[in-house]
Design a protein around this ligand. Structure first.
Ligand SMILES: C[S@@+](CC[C@H](N)C(=O)[O-])C[C@H]1O[C@@H](n2cnc3c(N)ncnc32)[C@H](O)[C@@H]1O
Length: 176
């Protein structure tokens, strides 16, 4: 069975849904890989992270992009920086080769979604990738995916994973 990486799957969807007019939020900038990828497809990207190291890495990686705004703040406060957006991207977990205690947390991720989904434009997309092997990761997946799947304003377009114990999971939703 082919084992497409969840990041590749997420990028395939980004290619499919983005357009040059879209305003995008990367809620977990990390190393800036997603931010850079998105900046080549969209009008403007707002990238958030709470870790200085991640902010610096994203700044370096996106140095040549003029349409990226990098914000050192929790994704719970996205709406205070940008009021309407077409695409919202979460890549949960922790920054690889970095402080794993600065991991996304179920409570703050849930809060971020509750507070910011009202600002996602109609027909807009939420892309979310869960990693389940680190402490708290599987609980985060179970609680967040259940919350999103039961939100009547969201339609689930795809859940992607592969056969492996606690394999990562990618989901994409569209707002009605
Ligand atoms: C898996 S990494 C993201 C990888 C990134 N998308 C990339 O392409 O490199 C998760 C990131 O979420 C960040 N994070 C954790 N809690 C956060 C919060 N409350 N608000 C914003 N970012 C947070 C971590 O600092 C970490 O850099």
């Amino acid at each position: 069975m082919s084992r497409l990486h969840v990041t590749t799957k997420a990028h395939q969807w980004m290619n499919q849904i983005e357009n040059p007019e879209s305003i995008v939020v990367d809620a977990t900038a990390g190393n800036g890989n997603d931010t850079l990828f998105l900046s080549k497809l969209a009008k403007e990207v707002f990238a958030f992270d709470i870790q200085n190291e991640a902010i610096e890495k994203t700044r370096e990686r996106c140095a040549s992009q003029t349409n990226v705004r990098i914000i050192c703040d929790s994704h719970e406060r996205i709406f205070e920086h940008v009021k309407n957006f077409d695409v919202l991207v979460f890549n949960l977990g922790y920054l690889p080769n970095s402080d794993s205690t600065l991991c996304t947390q179920t409570s703050t991720t849930l809060n971020a979604l509750k507070l910011n989904l009202p600002f996602l434009n109609k027909k807009g997309y939420l892309l979310i990738t869960y990693y389940r092997k680190h402490p708290g990761g599987n609980e985060e997946y179970e609680q967040i995916s259940s919350f999103l799947e039961n939100d009547p304003q969201l339609g689930l377009l795809e859940t992607y994973t592969y056969e492996e114990d606690l394999a990562p999971v990618f989901q994409i939703f569209q707002k009605c």
